[in-house]
Design a protein around this ligand. Sequence first.
Ligand code: ATP
Ligand code: MG
Length: 207
Amino acid sequence: MKKSLFIVIDGIDGSGKTEIIKLLHNYLFSKSKKYRILTTREPTNGVYGKSVREMLAKEKDPLSSSKKLMELFVKDREIHLKETIEPFLRNVKGNEANIVLCDRYYYSTIAFQGAQGLGIQEIIDANKSFRKPDIAFILDVDPMLALERIQYRKKEKFERLEFMKKIRQNFLKLPELLEDNIRVINSSKPLKQVFENVKKETGRIIS
Ligand SMILES: Nc1ncnc2c1ncn2[C@@H]1O[C@H](COP(=O)(O)OP(=O)(O)OP(=O)(O)O)[C@@H](O)[C@H]1O
Ligand SMILES: [Mg+2]
């Protein structure tokens, strides 16, 4: 068994990331007392993460904000890794295994800021020094269906159909563009089935 495991769940808004991460957390938590699990998200609640949220709430012109947003995401991620994720993964005790579950990662920055007009390669370069997850799940869903799922929420600017389609296409390009261990999971299916697939793939790398 691996002593430390870094798992990322990513995908467009409403693709089911938060639901899947909760299910995965509960599943792993009950599976073995040896697992210590840290469930976390980006953007974080730190200073840069907060600036990101403020910008997303205020900014009306996506093109002008894409560069600034990317820089904030990168700084937020740097601190998230240095202060939270990496210390947790390093600090393995006895026969325990430390598992980090992270809701969104640099895949989102590439897909979203890419859809805002920033060059994909530029975003990849800005993120290339960051630790690669042991496995990254991209939850893939038709943006129409995703929007139906989150229709009760107040919409952010990224949650418009045309934008979401671009973001989805960017996510789908990632397995070719990166050397990361990425699994694209069909998330149009009922939650239970989506989770079964995530569980199966996780099981493969865990044992
Ligand atoms: N496979 C699914 N089938 C049906 N409903 C789903 C499925 N996955 C998620 N949902 C529902 O869709 C809504 C959005 O899911 P969730 O909050 O997990 O998405 P998310 O990817 O975390 O979105 P965001 O990026 O906006 O945080 C929730 O109400 C959730 O219960
Ligand atoms: Mg979520």
